[in-house]
Ligand binder design. Sequence first.
Ligand code: FES
Ligand code: MG
Length: 573
Amino acid sequence: MPKKPEELRSHRWFGVNDLRSFGHRSRLKQIGYDREDFAGKPVIAIINTWSDINPCHTHLRARAEEVKRGVWQAGGFPVEMPAISLAETYQKPSTMLYRNLLAMEVEELGRSYPVDGMVLLGGCDKTTPALLMGAISAGLPSVFVPAGPMLRGNLRGGYLGSGSDTWKYWDDLRAGLISERDWADVENGIARSFGTCMTMGTAATMMSVAEAMGMTLPGASSIPAPDSNHSRMASAAGRRIVEMVWEDLTPDRIITPRAVDNGIAVHQALGGSTNGIIHIIAIARRAGIPLGLDRFDEISRKVPVVANIRPSGAYLMEDFYYAGGLRALMSMLSPHLDLSCQTVAGIPLGEAIKGAQIWNEDVIRPLDRPVFPQGGTAILYGNLAPAGAVIKPSAAEPRLLKHRGPAIVFEGYDEMAEAVEREDLEVTPDHVLVLKNAGPLGGPGMPEWGMLPIPRKLVKAGVRDMLRISDARMSGTSYGACILHVAPEAYVGGPLALVRTGDMIDVDVDARRLHLDVPEEELARRRADWMPPPQRLPRGFGALYAAHVSQANEGCDFDFLLPGARLPEPEIH
Ligand code: FES
Ligand code: MG
């Protein structure tokens, strides 16, 4: 039974006949609306993470207007609401510090205003998980409109990929292989349209995962931001959200344990960003699903990487779209998906991907000719990471996936950044670079420092990969044998805090093992000597963050945001 107008949340603000609702109506009239514009209609909040300083979201002002067109067409009343813009490139120390702030903002906007449904606009890295987490907690019907990837980068007849090629050409510059002039051409060509990073970074990963979980219209996540199909998808989302309000299709009916598994399978098949693991755990736990790292390992052993996209592969998101996009990939991946899961489109996933075809089998590889035989990420455990660590084997040199070497330890980022440039650093390609104090609390905000630079003198000698271990994250566009998210982190006294230069470290990715080869008695001595570092964030949101954030293996959410009682409907006095 569809809802009746009197059952809308917004009815309590506008529909009843009392002094307060008189105020609410008269103030809409102040904006220039008539009763015909809003009376008895679902109020749709368009949550817009646009900002002048967010290049990935430049087009979201236009998209908001296109969503509004759809909402009006379907008989809803659109209201655009700005929310904090998390611009990966500019916000320091890391947008990760603010993911939960945006999630809180979405929840609070939805619950405190007369909102019946939400359209969520964004896509730059942390924005997608934040919007979904907020929508889950708000419990209101919601559609995610992914910002979409930017066009391919361009360099002298070839292509450039966000992030990945920045690191590659930076190393070439450090090694003296390219000129400053070449480097300037990379700067001019690598980001030439609005939209998110177009490699398989965190943005493309999480937009795709959101679609796989059923939170976007079919095919939405693969459309390049400047493509006119993107505008039409936005309008369609506006039309659809109005129907969803009448159907009362809330996120808890979409984000189920089976839908989360679909998200993980797609994450693995894409060779998705390691950051995605933290975000998917956080999203699932918001929905009351007790997801842990082991589920990623289980699914990754079954699902191969089939998306041939940088940094694990050769192509870019624009190529992926032309090759059929996520619908085509999911249709091939069907044996690993639960096609009965509900989507925001009001149809099950199976129907949403029906008829999708792969147009280029080099970009989207068949299951029996994958880019990498197992999923893109592996979970390692051992005395160095009792609560787990993460590696992306598909983006590492195979020789490093089973390795033993002596550690070179850096207590923090500045020490590391200085040391790797020194010509006299005693380092060989077999050393293991270890960075401490870059986790959720130590960073703070778990910055993307996990792809430690290869020491300059080795880069000059042609070395392009080494084993690196940290409690940091790394950009999804990064690559290399980087063991990340070591939990618990060094800053809270995890075993990583006890590693010293010269200690031997064993890694065996096949055996999922990460071992610090130091006797237990010696570790106990070091533990007794360990002093907790001083508090990093003395006031404001940072202090709230420090008091409540969880470790990487738990999703880095705040303890007080985990599911419990829903916020009560506000009193309207
Ligand atoms: Fe926004 Fe990469 S910087 S998606
Ligand atoms: Mg990124």
